[in-house]
Ligand binder design. Structure first.
Ligand code: PPS
Length: 295
């Protein structure tokens, strides 16, 4: 098994060009099967643009539903929450099919229009997490440096432009956050969350999640969850920090890197920030979405 895992991600991802994005074969090889995935009414789909807080919200949901069982303390989060379109071991669709839990927690980075239709037919619950563009970009850049599943990021100065042009694995951040935001207006089983809100007040966001999901948990339980999912706790926990994942080189950058709102200030020059803001105004001018780049 370990040998197979190593072989599965020994080489960098082959770049695949889809009309809507640049991808790698890791996320497209199983496309038909993913599109035909059979969702269930009690499934919970955690949808995000990459690096927006997927693992954080996954762990919150995992603890809210299942607590600290043996499975939680021994199985890495990427084996407990199925990454649907991924073909990196574990194969996401097969893992999702065989998850023993109810609800099944399933993660996707797909733009809203590519979510398998059975999620809508079954009226499954969806949690979308969004993060401000600048911090999301910085986090993605460092991730691209350290994982073999993504194309090399190149220089930061050119990466910013590629991000603004939407030439990223999983496509344009702007289209992603807006597409899901639009869907939220008509789909009542979609809860749209922000990384910045979670960072500001994790307890409040857990309360909101519980209300949305119809979960009654005691204040004590909710406090335990909020404390368990703090950045430092997740960073030192080998089941949540991705240290056992085959495709990542933590010597370059750890998965649990900084976990902050506003780290973009350590990366953008004043000119880069202005350019990004001007471009942002144009791309987001028709959107009612509001992001915070500091708290
Ligand atoms: S992935 O690969 O798309 O699933 O990555 P994802 O989990 O969406 O995003 C990783 C970033 O989220 C940060 N993170 C957290 N921040 C604060 N608190 C907690 N508990 C937490 N857990 C994960 C993680 O550090 C990455 O952000 P950066 O800015 O790179 O540190």
């Amino acid at each position: 098994q370990a040998h197979l895992k190593k072989a599965a991600c020994a080489r960098p991802g082959r770049t695949v060009r889809f009309p809507w994005c640049l991808s790698t074969h890791f996320y497209t090889d199983n496309w038909e099967n993913v599109q035909n995935f059979q969702a269930r009414p009690d499934d919970i789909l955690i949808a995000t643009y990459p690096k927006a807080g997927t693992t954080w919200v996954s762990y919150i949901l995992d603890l809210l539903y299942f607590g600290q069982t043996e499975r939680q303390t021994s199985t890495p989060i990427f084996d407990r929450v199925a990454f649907l379109e991924s073909t990196i071991s574990p194969m996401g669709k097969d893992l999702a099919d065989n998850l023993p839990t109810s609800p099944r927690l399933i993660k996707t980075h797909l733009p809203v229009q590519f979510v398998p239709k059975s999620f809508w037919e079954q009226n499954s619950t969806i949690i979308y997490v969004a993060r401000n563009a600048k911090d999301n970009m910085v986090s993605y850049f460092h991730f691209d440096r350290m994982t073999r599943t993504q194309p090399e990021p190149g220089e930061w100065s050119s990466y910013i432009h590629r991000f603004m042009e939407g030439k990223m694995v999983f496509g344009s951040w702007y289209d992603h956050v807006n597409g899901w935001w639009k869907k939220k207006q008509t789909h009542s089983k979609l809860h749209y969350m922000f990384y910045e809100d979670l960072s500001e007040d994790t307890g409040r966001e857990i309360d909101n999640l519980c209300s949305f999901l119809g979960l009654s948990r005691s204040d004590e339980e909710k406090k335990r969850v909020a404390s368990g999912v703090q950045f430092d706790n997740m960073k030192k926990d080998d089941t949540t920090n991705y240290s056992t994942h085959c495709a990542m080189d933590f010597k370059i950058s750890p998965f649990m890197r900084k976990g902050k709102v506003g780290d973009w200030k350590n990366h953008f020059t004043v000119a880069q920030s202005q350019q990004c803001d001007e471009d942002y105004e144009k791309k987001m001018k028709n959107s009612t979405l509001q992001f915070r780049t500091e708290i």
